[in-house]
Design a protein around this ligand. Sequence first.
Ligand code: GDP
Ligand code: MN
Length: 388
Amino acid sequence: MKVHEFQAKEIFRQNGIPVPQGQLVQSPEETARLVDQMGGKGVVKAQIYAGGRGKAGGVKVVNGQEEAQAAFRAINGMTLISPQTGPEGRLVKKVMVEETLDIKSEFYLSLLVDRATARLAIMASAAGGMDIEEVAATQPEKIFTAKVDPIIGFSPYLARELAFGLGLDASLSRPFQSLVANLIAVFQKMDASMIEINPLVLTAQGDLFAADAKFTFDDNALFRHKEIAGLADQDEADPLEWEAKQSGLNYIRLDGNIGAMVNGAGLAMATMDLIKQAGAEPANFLDVGGGASKEMIVKAFKIILSDQRVQAILVNIFGGILRCDVLAQGLVEAAREVDLNLPLIIRMSGTNVDQGKQILAESQLAFKVADDMAEAAKLVAAQVGGVS
Ligand code: GDP
Ligand code: MN
């Protein structure tokens, strides 16, 4: 799960990582008033989950109230297109204003989980403010990495090593050390999967500030961080993914035109593979879960159908805790409610499969039953012109 820059910075502030003063603003007048309070200068920044805002016109340094108002008007409601937003861009619905920093140099600093070594990795570079993927590709020697031993945790030498790589002055050794220590602590405490500060700014006055902040949390740990889960911004989510999440469904949008409803993540992945093998593309990954209720089946079916791209549906359920008769009832009910007119292929086996088949047969529903998964995938692919 991601959060906005202003939220990430609030977490930084509460955990001893220095950030510029700033807040969200709702109007040109409020922006102007705050810039005035900040001494007549400020930075107006678009708040979207994607980066690359600076080059796309989503970050403006302003002088005086007039510029502040103009910047708010330009950024609020703009469709910001950067390499990270995709070609369709993102509508800006939140704007932040911050005090300006007197920038002397910009660094890159990030923390992430290195799966290969199963350690927290800290990456730093003096090539800050730039696209780090580009630096990694063209000047890999400019990126310094330190790994945190999970038993030992932070030790000062880690920060010293990075500070040396960045060419930081000895006078910055202490503040940099405490910044790194605080970042590691907040990363672990909040079950983050990534923290990125680009740029980490050194001001002319000799202070370090996180001028930008990205924070990604491990979704599987959100159950123990209710306060973080509450920060998710519906405006930034795919509407169907958001709706599915509210109903406890595991739904991910994909690029194809076969709607798929499956129970269990493993079976869902196998089903995706079979659809592709049959020459078609899934429109979604949807795991209704092992113990889905009839209501959840109805909901899942409606979500698949509200995706305009879907041209055929494959239901692949192994009846365990979710019994086949419950599934069949859910399907019949959902199909009635939404007036289903797309080809529907059903493959089910397991608990109460015969009752399930009977419910389907007695309904007015038009569908085909497949006996095994591969056949089901071929049948559904044939509906959209895939190889059959
Ligand atoms: P991003 O483009 O989405 O990564 O947005 P950033 O928050 O990183 O801002 C882009 C760039 O704006 C930074 O690399 C800085 O060069 C510049 N910038 C951000 N804050 C300030 C500031 O307070 N003062 C000045 N002069 N420039 C800033
Ligand atoms: Mn940035």
